[in-house]
Design a protein around this ligand. Structure first.
Ligand SMILES: [Zn+2]
Length: 260
């Protein structure tokens, strides 16, 4: 996987240091402490992202940064994207990921990560979420006060059977792998507009995104078009002629920069 720009990602472990400098374990249940699991998951995640080609920095592994210090670190590090790893509490089950209100890209990335974790452990996918704080602003500071798009990943519940999935190193590794896979999928998605070059002899341009829509016209090998909207594997042409199938045996898509 080659990216147009080297994408710098920050991976943070949630908790570890309290406001007054003491230790904040996060949520605790039985012998499990949130910070202990979150930091190992964050470590594996940073390793996976690095091997996937992202310029990755792991922060707060040693619990040396309080919440506001983590926000500051994320804002000062020239990061393009950030993730903070947590475990949920309150007796539910499943994965959920918080994104900043109004961020379509944040919502998409959060949905991919949540479903990736849910699938890895066969737990419910609670999905992409926002949480309101005071004055209708985002509740979580790490989501609200950071300049790069930052997601708060509630991997699963520490106080339910969910936690058995990450009670060992291999479980935390699996969780990290699922998140990394989702991040890679997110950055691999083409965000419209982008240009495509037709690779096959003839390609139908249809009235809508699907083969059941009527054919408006046909385009030919070597033709280049701008796609302004995506729907599944279909792209709407800027010319107004209709939609084409974007399968990679039919068209070549130009790498585009993802605007977060
Ligand atoms: Zn937490």
């Amino acid at each position: 996987m080659k990216f147009k720009k080297n994408i710098k990602i920050c991976v943070a472990a949630g908790h570890g240091k309290s406001k007054n400098g003491g230790f904040d374990p996060g949520a605790c249940s039985g012998c499990f402490r949130e910070f202990d699991i979150a930091k190992e998951t964050a470590k594996y995640l940073s390793q996976y992202l690095r091997s996937a080609g992202f310029d990755t920095e792991l922060i707060n592994y040693n619990g040396d940064l309080y919440l506001t210090e983590r926000v500051e670190k994320i804002n000062s590090g020239d990061f393009y994207f950030a993730l903070e790893i947590h475990l949920n509490a309150g007796g539910g089950t499943g994965s959920e990921v918080y994104y900043p209100k109004g961020s379509a890209q944040g919502r998409r990335a959060a949905a991919l990560i949540s479903s990736g974790i849910a699938e890895a452990f066969s737990i419910p996918d609670r999905g992409a979420k926002t949480k309101d704080g005071r004055n209708g602003r985002d509740y979580f500071a790490v989501v609200r006060d950071t300049k790069p798009l930052t997601l708060l990943v509630e991997t699963l519940f520490i106080d339910s059977d969910d936690v058995e999935n990450v009670s060992s190193a291999s479980g935390r590794d699996l969780c990290a792998r699922a998140i990394s896979k989702a991040v890679l999928a997110f950055f691999s998605e083409k965000a419209a507009p982008f240009t495509v070059k037709i690779l096959c002899d003839e390609l139908n341009v249809r009235d809508g995104p699907g083969t059941w829509h009527k054919i408006n016209m046909t385009v030919r090998n070597g033709d280049v078009f701008t796609v302004v909207e995506k729907n599944g594997n279909w792209g709407r042409l800027k010319s107004g002629a209709g939609w084409i199938n974007l399968s990679n045996n039919l068209v070549e898509m130009r790498e585009t920069e993802k605007e977060l």
